[in-house]
Write a protein that binds this ligand. Structure first.
Ligand code: FES
Length: 159
């Protein structure tokens, strides 16, 4: 029979790194997707000498970010979702959009603005050619979490 659990709350547990692959393979492919810890679908990207990891499905409507182009917008590297072209910064997971300060001005002047963090970014590290992902388990809800639930996954499988 089960005794009462003594695990501390997740915030005080040391973060766990999950081996996801060889750096050489990820560099060659440029990107890979994998399920981490049996619960989260992650996209890992290698771009301009840097590894990035984030939730695989776009916060807007679950789009397949692994097929998105990478663009530099306003000096920030973004993945552009192939479904409706939402732009997400690789480093922070912020949703970027273009705003206009004066709609009557000619020519229109557009600015890049941030909606804040919408996509959950995870920590990715490399040790001796092996790449590890540590899930970002902050309790704060992030919009992309919606597409990581069992219910969503099961729905996808049935669809
Ligand atoms: Fe990504 Fe709509 S699902 S932009």
């Amino acid at each position: 029979s089960q005794t009462s659990s003594s695990s501390p709350p997740s915030s005080s547990r040391p973060p766990v790194s999950h081996f996801i692959g060889k750096k050489d393979d990820i560099v060659k492919a440029g990107r890979m997707t994998t399920m981490v810890n049996g619960c989260r679908d992650i996209l890992v990207l290698y771009h301009q000498g840097q590894l990035h990891a984030m939730d695989m499905r776009c916060y807007h409507s679950g789009g397949a970010l692994q097929y998105g182009d990478i663009e530099e917008l306003n000096g920030r590297l973004c993945i552009v979702c192939p479904w409706h072209k939402y732009k997400i910064t690789l480093a922070e997971g912020e949703g970027l959009y273009q705003a206009v300060d004066d709609p009557t001005a000619k020519p229109l002047r557009k600015y890049w603005r941030s909606k804040g963090v919408r996509q959950r970014i995870h920590n990715v590290t490399e040790v001796n050619g092996n790449v590890y992902v540590t899930l970002n388990d902050s309790n704060e809800a992030i919009e992309s979490d919606v597409y990581q639930t069992e219910r969503y996954r099961t729905g996808l499988l049935k669809a």
